[in-house]
Design a protein around this ligand. Structure first.
Ligand code: BES
Ligand code: ZN
Length: 952
C-alpha cells in the first residue's frame, strides 16, 4: 500500500520535473486529467532551500532506490573541531527514477557525482548531480539528468563536511579532564534513532540495511575505533594515519559508529574467540576490569543461549565522557555513559554494580535483538528495547545470580504499570513518523512493558518453548527486519507451515512441560493473545469474587486516578479486552493453577474448599488483582498469621496491588495500610522495602504540601515502627546484595528523618573523610548518606563541590551531586543549576538528573520548576525536543505537584509551549499525573491522618 502510494507520487513527479526543468515536455507527459492531478499535487510538494520544488513530500524515503554498500571516509580534526568526509554509496534501482532522496542534516554537501556500472567498468568520470535540500524533513534530493534504469546498480559519490556537533547526536565532540588537569577532546558518534544523517548522507531508516566499509584519518596521538576490526593503517605524508576497517555485516545505519580518541583499553577473549575490549579515558583504566569480566561472561552466555555466534571478530565497549542516554548498542562498538560501564570498587555501590551489569547485558542482547534482527520501523521499537530489557533478566540471573535481579525486574514492571494505567499511555506498537515522535517511543512502555509482557508469555508457554520460539525468530530474520506479527508467528504453531529448517519450533514437536499442558491442548493462538497486549494500551484489572468453591472472574481496564463512580469511567472502558493468562494458588495445594481469561467475565470451580486464593503467582502476569467481598481481609489475616505461606513475590504483589487499588478508588487506604502491619515480621527484604517505599512516598507527599501534622506523625510512625531494624544496621559493606540495599535504604530514611544516631554517625564519618582530604574509604553502601548529611553545612557543601570537580569516578560524582542537591539553601541549589547550564564543572549530560534531584528537594521544587519555565529555550538548545533529558526535565520538575494551582500553572506553561510548536506526549502524562495526585490527597489525606492517630 505504502509502496504503491510512493510510486504514484513518483509518476506525478516526472511530470513536474519536466515542467520545472524542461518546460516543453509537460504536454506530452500528461493527459489532461493527469495534469489536473499534477497541478493539484504540485502544491503538496515542498520547496527546497534554493526555492526550487523538492521532488518528495513524505517523511519516509521512497523505495525506488535502495543502498547496498557504503564506502565511507571520515577525517575529523580535533583541533579545529570539524570533519571532512566523502562516501560512495552503491545503490540498486528497483523502479526507474530521476531522483534519489537521501537523509542529510547539517552537512555541507560539496560535490555529488553519479556513475553507472558501465561508467565504473570503463573508468568514466562521474556525472555531477544537482542537489536540492529540504531541511524540514532532513532530506536531500539528487537530481539525475537521465533516468536511472530499474534493476541496475549505480554508484553515488558525495563529498561533504561539517562541524563536530555540539550536543550528543551525530558525530559530536566530547571532552574529559586528566588527572593533571588538562582538558582533552575526542570525537564520537551516536546515531539512534535518526542521527546517522548528521554524520553522512544516507538512507537513514532501519529497513535500508547495507554493508559499510569505513576509513578514518587521524593523528598519530589518537586511535580510531569502528564497528569492525581494523584491516590496516596507512601512513600519509605529513604524519597523518589512515585506518581501514573491515566491511561490516549487513546492518541499519543507526548502528554505524566510529570514535577518534586517546583512550586506553583492557582486553580478553570470549570462549568463541571474539576479542572483547573495554576502553576508557587513560586515568580511568583501573575502573574497567569489572566490565571486562561481565562482558566476557555475558557474551558467552548469549552465544550459547541463542545458539547463534556473535558474527564479528571483536567487540569494543567504550566509556564516553559526554553521553546523552545510558548506552548505545552500535554493532561491535558499544558506547556507554561512564557510569554505565565503569566500576570503581572504592565508590561504586551494589546498586551501581547491578546497573553496570544490566546495561552491559542489555546492550549485548541488542547485538542479536536489534542488530541481527531489526524492527522494520520505529513503531515496533519495543521489539528491540523490550527484548533487550527482558534478556537482562534472563542473562543476569544466570551470570550473576548473587545480584538477585529478579526482584528488581518485578519493580520495573510496577514502575511501568503506573504509567500504563493512565489514559495518556499508548499501545506498545504505536505509530511514529516525525523524529520527535520516534524519540518519544523510547519510553517506559517500550522498554518495561515490553519486557514484562514477554516475561508473562514466557511464564505461560514455559521458558523452554519461549526460548525455542525466539531462537527460531532470530534465525529466520537474521540480517533482516521483522515486525510484531513475525515474532508471534515464530512463537505460535504457525511455524508448522513456515520454512524453518533449523531451530524450528512448533507446539507439536516438543514435549510440553506439565504446567502448560492444558493450554497446548487448547491450541492457543499466541498471536491473537499477544495482539491484546501490544495493540491496545493499558493494563487489565482482574476482579475476583469467591463464593464457596466458585470463583467469579471479571476483567476491566485498570485506571489509576479514575474511579468507577466517575462519569468518564464507562467511556474509558469501552472496547478493552485482554486474553489474560491468569494463574492462582490456593490454601489447599502448592500447585499453580492456570486459566486464560478471554472474556469480560468467567467462572472457575475450585476442586476443594480453600481458605484463601492468591492470583498472579509470583507476579509474572501483567495485571492487577482485586479481591472483592472478604478476599482482602482473608489475605491480610493470612499475612499476619503466617506470611511465609505465600511466596515472597506474592507478598510483594499484594502490597503493590493494594496501594494501586487505593489510587483507583477500589480499596480504602486504611485497608492497604493495615496490610503493611505484618511487615514487622517480614523475612523477605524486597517485600519489606516495598512496604517501606509506600510509607516513605506518603511522607514525601505530605512534606511537600506542608501538611505538618501528618508529616510529623508519619515520621514518628516510621522511626518507631522500623526502629528495631534500623538499629540493627551497621555502617559497612557486608552482606548479600539485598542486605546491603536494605542498609542503604534504612539509613537513608533514618538520616532524612533526622534520627539522631544516624546523623551522628554520618557526621562523624564525613568529618573523618574531610580530615583525610577525601582519602578515607567510606563504605559504598552509606557513601551517599554520609555525603548528604555532610552537605548540610556550608563548609561541607563547598568541600563536596571541590571533590566533585576532582573525582575521576562517575559513581562518586553522582553521589556527590545528589548530596549537593539536598541542601536547604536555595542559593546553593541555584549555583548548581548555573554550573549545570555552563556545562564545565557539572556536565550537560548530568543536567536533567540534577534538575530532577533539586525538584525532589522540598526546598528546591519551586526553584527547579521556575528555572525550567524561564529557561526553556536555553534547554532546547542543549537537548532535542523529545529526547530523554527533555522528557526527564519536564516530568522530573512537575509530576510531584498535587494542588489545583500547580496544575493550572503547569497547564498554562504547556499551552504556551504548544503555541510555539512544541508538543510532547509527556505533557498529557504530567497533567494526568498531577490530577491523580490531587484526587489522591483529597480522598486519602483524612484517612491517613486518622490511621496514624490510632497506629502510633
Ligand atoms: N538503544 C538504546 C539507546 C537509545 C536510547 C537510543 C534512546 C535512542 C534513544 C540502548 O540500548 C538503551 O536502551 N539504553 C538504555 C540503557 C538500558 C540499560 C535501559 C538507556 O540509554 O537508558
Ligand atoms: Zn536498548
Amino acid at each position: 500500500m505504502a509502496n504503491s502510494r510512493r510510486k504514484l507520487i513518483f509518476n506525478i513527479y516526472i511530470g513536474f520535473y519536466c515542467s520545472a526543468v524542461i518546460q516543453i515536455c509537460i504536454c506530452s507527459q500528461f493527459t489532461s486529467s493527469s495534469i489536473d492531478q499534477f497541478n493539484k499535487d504540485l502544491g503538496a510538494f515542498p520547496v527546497a532551500i534554493n526555492g526550487e520544488i523538492f521532488p518528495w513530500h513524505e517523511l519516509r524515503l521512497p523505495t525506488m532506490v535502495i543502498p547496498l554498500h557504503y564506502d565511507l571516509f571520515v577525517h575529523p580534526n580535533l583541533t579545529s573541531l570539524d570533519f571532512v568526509a566523502s562516501e560512495k554509496i552503491e545503490v540498486l534501482v528497483r523502479d526507474a527514477t530521476q531522483f534519489i532522496i537521501l537523509h542529510s542534516k547539517d552537512l555541507e554537501i560539496m560535490n555529488v557525482t553519479l556513475q553507472s556500472e558501465e561508467d565504473l567498468r570503463y573508468r568514466k568520470p562521474g556525472r555531477k548531480l544537482t542537489v536540492l535540500s529540504y531541511p524540514a524533513h532532513e532530506q536531500i534530493a539528487l537530481l539525475i539528468p537521465e533516468k536511472l534504469m530499474a534493476d541496475l546498480r549505480y554508484s553515488v559519490a558525495i563529498d561533504f563536511q561539517a562541524k563536530l556537533a555540539d550536543g550528543f547526536e551525530g558525530f559530536y565532540k566530547s571532552t574529559y579532564r586528566t588527572l593533571g588537569g588538562e582538558t582533552r577532546t575526542i570525537a564520537v558518534t551516536d546515531f539512534e534513532p535518526t542521527r546517522a544523517r548528521m554524520a553522512f548522507p544516507c538512507f537513514d531508516e532501519p529497513l535500508f540495511k547495507a554493508n559499510f566499509s569505513i576509513k578514518i584519518r587521524r593523528e598519530s596521538r589518537h586511535v580510531a575505533l569502528s564497528n569492525m576490526p581494523k584491516v590496516k593503517t596507512i601512513e600519509l605524508e605529513g604524519g597523518l594515519l589512515e585506518d581501514h576497517f573491515e566491511t561490516t555485516v549487513k546492518m541499519s545505519t543507526y548502528l554505524v559508529a566510529y570514535i577518534v580518541c586517546d583512550f586506553n583499553s583492557v582486553s580478553g577473549t570470549a570462549s568463541s574467540g571474539v576479542k572483547v575490549s573495554i576502553h576508557a579515558a587513560p586515568d580511568k583504566w583501573s575502573q574497567t576490569h569489572y566490565a571486562l569480566e561481565a562482558s566476557l561472561k555475558l557474551l558467552d552466555f548469549y552465544e550459547n543461549y541463542f545458539d547463534i555466534h556473535y558474527p564479528l571478530a571483536k567487540l569494543d565497549l567504550v566509556a564516553i565522557p559526554d553521553f546523552e542516554s545510558g548506552a548505545m548498542e552500535n554493532w561491535g562498538l558499544v558506547t556507554y555513559r561512564e557510569t554505565s560501564l565503569l566500576f570503581d570498587p572504592k565508590t561504586s555501590s551494589t546498586s551501581d554494580k547491578l546497573w553496570v551489569t544490566r546495561v552491559i547485558a542489555h546492550e549485548l542482547a541488542h547485538q542479536w535483538f536489534g542488530n541481527l534482527v531489526t524492527m522494520e520501523w520505529w513503531n515496533d521499537i519495543w521489539l528491540n528495547e523490550g527484548f533487550a530489557t527482558y534478556m537482562e533478566l534472563i542473562s543476569v540471573n544466570v551470570t550473576y545470580p548473587e545480584l538477585q535481579f529478579d526482584d528488581d525486574f518485578l519493580d520495573m514492571c510496577f514502575e511501568v504499570i503506573k504509567r500504563d494505567s493512565l489514559n495518556s499511555s499508548h499501545p506498545l506498537s504505536n505509530q511514529a513518523e516525525t523524529s520527535t515522535h520516534i524519540k518519544e517511543m523510547f519510553d517506559a512502555v517500550s522498554y518495561k512493558k515490553g519486557a514484562c509482557i514477554l516475561n508473562m508469555l514466557k511464564d505461560f508457554l514455559s521458558e523452554e518453548k519461549f526460548k525455542k520460539g525466539i531462537i527460531h525468530y532470530l534465525k529466520k530474520f537474521s540480517y533482516r527486519n521483522a515486525k510484531n506479527d513475525d515474532l508471534w508467528s515464530s512463537l505460535s504453531d504457525d511455524c508448522l507451515e513456515s520454512d524453518s529448517t533449523s531451530g524450528g519450533f512448533c507446539y507439536s514437536d516438543s514435549k510440553p512441560a506439565s504446567n502448560t499442558l492444558t493450554f497446548l491442548q487448547e491450541n492457543v493462538e499466541v498471536k491473537q493473545m499477544m495482539a491484546t497486549w501490544t495493540l491496545q494500551k493499558g493494563i487489565p484489572l482482574v476482579v475476583v469474587n469467591r463464593e464457596g468453591r466458585s470463583l467469579r472472574l471479571q476483567q476491566e481496564r485498570f485506571l489509576n486516578g479514575v474511579f468507577k463512580e466517575d462519569p468518564e469511567w464507562g467511556a474509558l472502558q469501552e472496547r478493552y479486552l485482554w486474553h489474560i493468562p491468569v494463574t492462582y494458588s490456593t490454601s489447599s495445594s502448592n500447585a499453580i493453577h492456570r486459566h486464560i481469561l478471554k472474556s469480560k467475565t468467567d467462572t472457575l470451580d475450585l476442586p476443594e474448599k480453600t481458605s484463601w486464593v492468591k492470583f498472579n503467582v509470583d507476579s509474572n502476569g501483567y495485571y492487577i488483582v482485586h479481591y472483592e467481598g472478604h478476599g482482602w481481609d482473608q489475605l491480610i489475616t493470612l499475612l499476619n498469621q503466617n506470611h511465609t505461606v505465600l511466596r515472597p513475590k506474592d507478598r510483594i504483589s499484594l502490597i503493590h496491588d493494594a496501594f494501586q487499588l487505593v489510587s483507583a478508588g477500589r480499596l480504602t487506604l486504611d485497608k492497604a495500610l493495615d496490610l503493611t502491619h505484618y511487615l514487622q515480621h517480614e523475612t523477605s527484604i524486597p517485600a519489606l522495602l516495598k512496604g517501606l517505599e509506600y510509607l516513605e512516598l506518603f511522607y514525601h507527599i505530605t512534606e511537600r504540601r506542608n501538611v505538618s501534622d501528618v508529616t510529623e506523625n508519619l515520621k514518628h510512625y516510621l522511626l518507631q515502627y522500623f526502629k528495631p531494624v534500623i538499629d540493627m544496621q551497621s555502617w559497612c559493606d557486608k552482606g548479600s546484595v539485598w542486605e546491603r540495599r536494605l542498609r542503604s535504604a534504612l539509613l537513608k530514611l533514618a538520616c532524612y528523618l533526622n534520627h539522631a544516631p544516624c546523623i551522628q554517625k554520618a557526621t562523624e564519618l564525613f568529618s573523618q573523610w574531610m580530615e583525610s582530604s577525601g582519602k578515607l574509604n567510606i563504605p559504598t553502601d552509606v557513601l551517599k548518606i554520609v555525603y548528604s548529611v555532610g552537605a548540610q553545612t556550608t563548609a561541607g557543601w563547598n568541600y563536596l563541590l571541590e571533590q566533585y570537580e576532582l573525582s575521576l569516578s562517575g559513581a562518586e560524582k553522582n553521589k556527590i551531586l545528589y548530596a549537593l542537591s539536598t541542601s536547604k539553601h536555595q542559593e546553593k541549589l541555584m549555583k548548581l543549576i548555573e554550573l549545570g547550564m555552563e556545562g564545565k564543572v557539572i556536565k550537560t549530560q548530568d543536567l536533567a538528573a540534577l534538575l530532577h534531584a533539586i525538584a525532589r528537594n522540598p526546598k528546591g521544587q519551586q526553584l527547579a520548576w521556575n528555572f525550567v519555565k524561564e529557561n526553556w529555550i536555553h534547554l532546547l538548545k542543549k537537548f532535542e525536543l523529545g529526547s530523554f533529558p527533555i522528557r526527564m526535565i519536564i516530568s522530573g520538575t512537575t509530576s510531584h505537584f498535587s494542588s489545583k494551582d500547580e496544575l493550572q500553572e503547569v497547564k498554562l506553561f504547556f499551552e504556551s509551549l504548544k503555541a510555539q510548536g512544541s508538543h510532547l506526549e509527556i505533557f498529557q502524562i504530567v497533567l494526568e499525573t498531577i490530577s491523580k495526585n490531587i484526587k489522591w490527597l483529597e480522598k486519602n489525606l483524612p484517612t491517613l491522618r486518622n490511621w496514624l492517630l490510632i497506629s502510633i
